[in-house]
Unconditional design. Structure first.
Length: 177
């Protein structure tokens, strides 16, 4: 992996993307959205994660985040491991055997399933201009996908917080430049 996609300076926020293996649209039902949102919220409340903007799409998520103690990589690893186990259990409960077989086939023998693709492609947010570019990209993702006509209409996004001052699903820590 190149240095471009590594957390180099631990006290900066990072734009992060993580996708479901095979881009399966797992987050197309409320229960599955909630599992990822709850995992992110837990990391905010108990692991020091600061979320500055986010969107959860059917097959991936984007966040701009940082960590109060510079431990962003380990928190993201924990988040992906925890949500992988929770979502696998929910898929099993819901009888989603085709998806489970595909995710099991993608994993290594010691891993039950490979829910998330490897890595999370962190890009350091180095300026207010870059931050705003990424926030707009994040918030317009559901619009570009044709799910909503206005960014603030997507429930699993921080757009409502920024554009309508609505309570977000995941607590937001606004960046001050």
């Amino acid at each position: 992996m190149t240095n471009r996609f590594r957390v180099q300076e631990k006290n900066f926020p990072y734009f992060i993307t993580s996708a479901v293996t095979y881009w399966l649209p797992v987050f197309s039902k409320e229960d599955y959205f909630r599992l990822l949102a709850d995992g992110l919220q837990y990391c905010v409340e108990h692991k020091g994660l600061l979320v500055h903007a986010y969107v959860i799409m059917p097959n991936h998520f984007h966040i701009i985040s940082s960590h109060q103690d510079g431990k962003l990589p380990s928190v993201i690893t924990d988040l992906k491991g925890y949500t992988s186990r929770q979502i696998a259990a929910k898929l099993e409960e819901d009888g989603r055997t085709v998806w489970l077989r595909a995710l099991k086939a993608a994993g290594k023998q010691e891993i039950k399933i490979k829910f998330w693709q490897d890595g999370y492609h962190p890009e350091q947010v180095y300026s207010e201009e870059f931050f705003m570019q990424k926030v707009n990209y994040i918030h317009n993702n559901p619009v570009r996908a044709g799910f909503v006509s206005d960014p603030w209409m997507w429930k699993y996004s921080s757009a409502g917080f920024y554009y309508k001052e609505e309570e977000p699903v995941i607590p937001i820590s606004p960046l001050m430049w």
